[in-house]
Write a protein that binds this ligand. Sequence first.
Ligand code: TRP
Ligand code: SF4
Length: 404
Amino acid sequence: MNTPADNRRVVSGMRPTGRLHLGHYHGVLKNWIRLQHEYDCFFFVADWHALTTHYEDPSAVPEHVWELVIDWLAAGINPNAATVFIQSRVMEHAELHLLLSMITPLGWLERVPTYKDQQEKLKERDLSTYGFLGYPLLQSADILIYKAGWVPVGEDQVPHIELTREIARRFNHLYGREPDFEAKADAAIAKMGKKAGKLYRELRRRYQEQGDDEALATARALLEEQQNLSLGDRERLFGYLEGMGRIILPEPQPLLTEAAKVPGLDGQKMSKSYGNTIALREDPESISRKIRTMPTDPARVRRSDPGNPEKCPVWAFHQLYSDDKTREWVWEGCTTAGIGCLDCKQPVIEAVLAELAPIQERARELEANPAVVRTIVQEGCERAREVARETMDEVRGAMSLVYR
Ligand code: TRP
Ligand code: SF4
């Protein structure tokens, strides 16, 4: 099933693992900042996910949580546009995780590639825990509880979204069925009125008999427009379009944008584990020093040796930060030994500092006003909780966990 075009809900999370750097900014945050104006975005700090690997000493988690929120806000996440919150403050995530665990075959979790990969990679930690195995299922709960249509993530997370889709499908299959589904669908169609009801049936037939995707999209749009339908009826009719039962938890899709590959100071990808980062809140002196001392084309030993920008990490920075004219100047100057490496680095230093100046300014303000940050998060948690509660009411209902 494809995400209906009208599902504008976006959910994404980050684990609180320390201050963000330019890699996060260009690779993830700039994308979030763009999305917040086009979608209904829910961005949260995945503090429980941090515990799956750092359970032995969680003492740094709170500090990292606030650092992360400040970095987001300083970079341009706007709490009036996006809902910003902390996972563990919306307990419903845990309840959904638990309920989904009932229907999740162990094999599905063991097969997720990150499971074995991370265990291999983080050999020094004991990750043979229940919580770690459940990592992608908790992520599924994070997403499904908001009925998100889209999840901006990197390539490495795509299998987690795939699992989320399978879980949603299984859930809908098991609990979306009602004994009198057909009769309830008929009654719901009647509520749409004669004309719209007839059109709906016609579009459904065209989709089911001829696989006409356009008819499916039109029918979904038609359902969205209906004022007379309750939430339950609408879901029923979404499900009826495709012939199954009710769709309680819609299947999300990954939202992959070709994220700018941010070079690290040594030419590898920028990453904390390589120690080649520039933090968003790093002081300008330190940034200048790091760039001034970063390696260049190793063949360019003396100032008089010509160099090859293709073999130089500084060139990668020029790709990201410089205009055509500057890049021409670099290429010409480097290959003819017309400029020195320090000359070459100067525009990069200036561009990075100029990019970070407003971010650092906002970060300072937020650091000085922790109450502002707390309030933003508190309001975000409340907004998130409202949506999560509604979903859980439906989920409990579908799973017969209602006691009257
Ligand atoms: N697993 C994600 C990561 O490591 C973080 C995450 C947790 C997440 N829950 C999520 C991302 C829900 C998107 C949606 O990057
Ligand atoms: Fe690298 Fe610039 Fe030096 Fe050439 S001149 S080696 S591109 S830093």
